[in-house]
Design a protein around this ligand. Structure first.
Ligand code: LLP
Length: 419
């Protein structure tokens, strides 16, 4: 996380002291570095040497419009999975012809909205979905561009909850039925086949699963073309892994770029890549304040003001996130703490046995690498407010998401007068 460094004992984001932001913004809050977002996009863009490709930011990883707009200004398209994400992408300036719509459960309303907004293509995940898209398109007197998402039966990803490319997973069409599925798609009146797609999982740090999937799909494309199917777009999904732990070896992005040149250089397709985490994960920290220090016979706890509702990855996936003090002096004389939130569940933790220096109540901590699947997975469990998101640009910062206060949440409940 290059844009997050200590200077004179204080943690900075770009050129701003985190503690100065915390004087103005109520903790906990997410804090992003604009520079990091731009650097990651550029790094990926530069590593790809194909003639015709599009980076379609997977906005499920972070759907704040400022983040989407940052990538849109760098030329990005979007991978969306709901009408809400589609609306956000359009509102943040992504051209509709750079939007792909994935997901196993697209509703009629979503399909119609996407058709009317003229997106690039639907990544279709089942025969039933194909029929539905065809019917809706026919009623609207058009043909919709589709690709079929192929399930290559290849295991990949950080853990089983985020591995999506195995035969038993709910995603895509069994690779063995590809040809018959395309033949069927071609017979439908509202369908125009333009592409093919796969996505095997998330937080993939090895090249091998990408390589195996590309080999399989390149072979399938050649078969499909022999049968007369016009495959012009090849969407190779996202899943590019990043470094969370200092000991973790992240995906080598140059090797990834080389693999694409080697496997796809001659394929004569527009290549679409759908990275989410790679672009956003290390762009943000979650700033939280220690409310109480509680030492028991077995554990030392730091009870902080952020909780699992604000950031659920540690307890949901057992994910490691580095946790550091905002004040560097407190790095000395380390003790091991369990860092926990105020929510009434034992699973409400951010880290266990984390070495932290001499800290006091009211001190600030930063939970690192929370830019992907952080705020998007937050909830209001325990009637806790939705927290601010802040974007830093060199020596200035802005709020990019307002808090939703508890009062507002409470006022959304309705009590019928017959209770
Ligand atoms: N394309 C499709 C079709 C996807 O389902 C996903 C992620 C992506 C692209 C982007 O994958 P990425 O490049 O971010 O790895 N909440 C989990 C991750 C869920 C990933 C879901 N799909 C986590 O926090 O680890």
């Amino acid at each position: 996380m290059n844009n997050f460094n200590y200077r004179n004992g204080e943690l900075l984001i770009e050129s701003i002291n985190v503690s100065d932001i915390a004087k103005k913004i109520k903790t906990p809050f997410y804090c992003y570095s604009l520079n990091h977002l731009k650097e990651q996009y550029t790094k990926l863009d530069k590593s790809i040497e194909l003639e015709d490709y599009e980076i379609c930011f997977s906005i499920k990883s972070n759907s704040n419009q400022s983040i989407i707009k940052t990538f849109s200004k760098l030329g990005s398209g979007a991978d969306v999975v709901s009408i809400g994400e589609l609306k956000r992408a359009l509102k943040a300036g992504i051209p509709s012809k750079k939007i792909v719509f994935s997901g196993v459960g697209k509703t009629s309303e979503e399909i119609e909205y996407a058709i009317k907004n003229d997106i690039l293509m639907f990544n279709v995940e089942s025969i039933s979905e194909l029929k539905k898209i065809s019917q809706i398109s026919k009623d609207l007197n058009i043909k919709s561009n589709i690709s079929l998402r192929i399930n290559p039966d290849i295991s990949a990803g950080g853990n089983e909850k985020i591995s999506t490319g195995k035969a038993q997973d709910k995603f895509g069409i069994d690779w063995k039925s590809t040809i018959e599925s395309y033949d069927f798609a071609a017979s439908l009146p509202g369908i125009k086949i333009i592409g093919i797609d796969f996505h095997i999982g998330s937080q993939i740090n090895e090249i091998k699963p990408f390589e195996e999937s590309l080999d399989l799909l390149v072979g399938i494309i050649s078969e499909l073309r022999k049968k007369g199917h016009d495959i012009k777009v090849f969407d190779i999904g996202g899943g590019l892994g990043v470094q969370y732990h200092q000991k973790e070896k992240p995906l080598d992005i140059k090797k990834y770029g080389k693999l694409l040149s080697e496997k796809l250089g001659e394929i004569e397709c527009k290549i679409i890549i759908e990275p989410g985490r790679f672009l956003t994960a290390n762009s943000a920290i979650l700033v939280t304040k220690i409310i109480y220090i509680k030492n028991t016979e077995t554990n030392n706890f730091l009870i902080v003001d952020a909780a699992m509702n604000d950031f659920i990855r540690p307890t949901l996936y057992g994910s490691y996130h580095e946790i550091i003090t905002i004040n560097e002096d407190k790095k000395g004389n380390l003790s091991n703490y369990d860092i926990v939130g105020p929510v009434c569940e034992t699973g409400d933790y951010f880290g266990k046995k984390i070495p932290i220096g001499k800290v006091d109540e009211e001190d600030l901590l930063a939970i690192k690498s929370v830019g992907a699947y952080g705020s998007v997975l937050s909830s209001n469990y325990n009637t806790r407010a939705s927290i601010n998101e802040i974007l830093v640009n060199n020596d200035e910062f802005e709020i990019i998401r307002d808090r939703i206060e508890d009062e507002e949440l409470i006022n959304r409940d309705k009590i019928p007068d017959w209770i």
